[in-house]
Design a protein around this ligand. Structure first.
Ligand SMILES: [Zn+2]
Length: 159
């Protein structure tokens, strides 16, 4: 995709021009390759171009394009100091990302165990895909989730 297409919503830029579907419309915003992983990294604390690049290992021009698109969609805000931070709209993707993670844990498990765990902040219980804490049984809001390294990443990550 060309950079000059970033701000336009022309039919040529759309991934699913024939679809009248809110899933398709959401994917137009965040469904490009790497986009949801950028959002994931933003949730995990990345805010600098260099941090996203180090985490994802993608070409600078691709990262520039994806960040620009996420800003244009109002998922990320590009602040004057250069930081990319999630907007409220972006933070609302937390349950969808959590569901994708749990789906992946279930259907594409690692032998070592899940790469990351989602815990109920202040309680420590694991939060399952239905956003219910397995320890206290409460429905957990996305802002109450704490992400920690699971056995699948702890064995490979330095920390
Ligand atoms: Zn709990």
């Amino acid at each position: 995709m060309q950079l000059e297409g970033l701000d336009s919503k022309s039919m040529l830029d759309r991934i699913y021009p024939g679809q009248v579907c809110s899933i398709a419309r959401s994917l137009e915003a965040v469904g490009e390759r790497w986009s949801l992983l950028i959002v994931r990294d933003a949730f995990l604390g990345s805010s600098r171009f260099s941090e996203f690049q180090r985490s994802l290992g993608i070409a600078r021009n691709v990262l520039t394009q994806r960040l620009g698109h996420l800003v244009a969609e109002g998922v990320l805000e590009h602040r004057e100091d250069g930081a990319y931070v999630l907007t409220r709209k972006g933070r609302e993707l937390a349950p969808a990302l959590h569901q994708l993670m749990k789906w992946g844990d279930r259907h594409y498990p690692l032998p070592e165990g899940p790469p990351r765990l989602t815990l109920h902040r202040g309680c420590g219980g694991r939060v399952e895909g239905d956003m219910v804490c397995e320890r206290c049984g409460e429905h957990v809001r996305s802002g109450e989730i704490e992400v920690t390294l699971g056995p699948g990443l702890a064995s490979t990550a330095a920390g």
